[in-house]
Write a protein that binds this ligand. Structure first.
Ligand SMILES: [Zn+2]
Length: 290
């Protein structure tokens, strides 16, 4: 009897030990699974944090590293501004990694210090402006010309006297202009106020420089005509192309006199957005045209 009791209790002890080992194993396996899950979640959150940019419609996968670097260097900028500026190549020096402009002969044509026009690009439908409101011998694309005439006539009815002093400029004209500036002031200085040939928006045939009639264009900012333009130009398809306080985006100093034709609907949208043409192009036009 005593023997049987010893055997039985031994069996019970062994069963107990086996049971304990089994329970412990299951528990640690569960813990392992929990750990894996936890790691996966952390990684997903991390990936999302790193790539908060990808939520934007104009995000470009190939620019991800540049977005991150730009964000590190400009921690106060919004995600939208970071992606927009990097897509505009503003993390690079002007005139580097340049590309031929696309959307030729459309109102969406973007020309800046990263997108250039070929030396033989001449816009279609150029028409001579009338010397009653423009410097003699200058041209614009017909649609822009029709609208600047409408603008100048309506402005006149409001007591404004607006005159066009520059419009389409050929590649060779800009080349001469720029080379003369370089001769006088050096490349570095000339680059601050003049576009290099091929990079001037005037070559699109969609741009006017205006003044109060027979006044110096440098004074345009201080005139009623300028305020009239700010208020009304978009209704005729024109936008102020190089606004004040946007130099870091346009890479041009404020030019009160320089207006770009983009069509009435787009001009009104751009004006309402408070964005420059460059920014608006990246956010809303580029992907539509691809
Ligand atoms: Zn201009």
């Amino acid at each position: 009897m005593k023997k049987i009791i010893i055997i039985l209790s031994s069996i019970i002890v062994i069963i107990f030990i086996i049971l304990m080992i089994f329970l412990f194993n299951t528990d640690s396996k569960n813990k392992d699974i929990d750990n894996v899950k936890e790691n996966e979640t952390t990684e997903n959150t991390k990936e999302k944090e790193n790539n908060e940019f990808s939520t934007l419609a104009y995000y470009k996968e190939e620019n991800l590293d540049r977005y991150k670097t730009y964000q590190t260097n400009n921690p106060d900028l919004s995600i939208e501004d970071i992606v927009t500026r990097v897509n505009l190549n503003l993390d690079k020096d002007v005139y580097t990694d340049t590309l031929p402009a696309i959307n030729l002969n459309t109102n969406y044509l973007l020309v800046n210090k990263f997108y250039y026009l070929d030396s033989n690009y001449i816009p279609e439908n150029l028409e001579l402006l009338d010397s009653s409101y423009a410097k003699s011998g200058i041209y614009l694309v017909k649609e822009a010309k029709d609208n600047i005439e409408r603008l100048i006539n309506d402005a006149k009815n409001d007591g404004m006297n607006i005159r066009v002093i520059s419009a389409y400029r050929s590649y060779s004209y800009q080349e001469n202009l720029y080379n003369n500036y370089v001769k006088n002031d050096g490349v570095e200085m000339a680059d601050t106020y003049s576009a290099r040939p091929g990079y001037s928006e005037h070559q699109t045939g969609l741009v006017v420089d205006v003044t109060r009639a027979y006044d110096n264009f440098n004074n345009f900012e201080n005139t009623d005509e300028y305020n009239w333009m700010l208020e009304n130009a978009a209704n005729y398809g024109f936008i102020l192309r190089y606004p004040k306080d946007k130099e870091d985006i346009t890479t041009y100093s404020f030019e009160a006199w320089h207006y770009r034709y983009v069509g009435v609907e787009l001009a009104q949208k751009i004006k309402a957005s408070n964005l420059t043409f460059d920014e608006y192009y990246i956010r809303y036009l580029e992907s539509d045209n691809n």
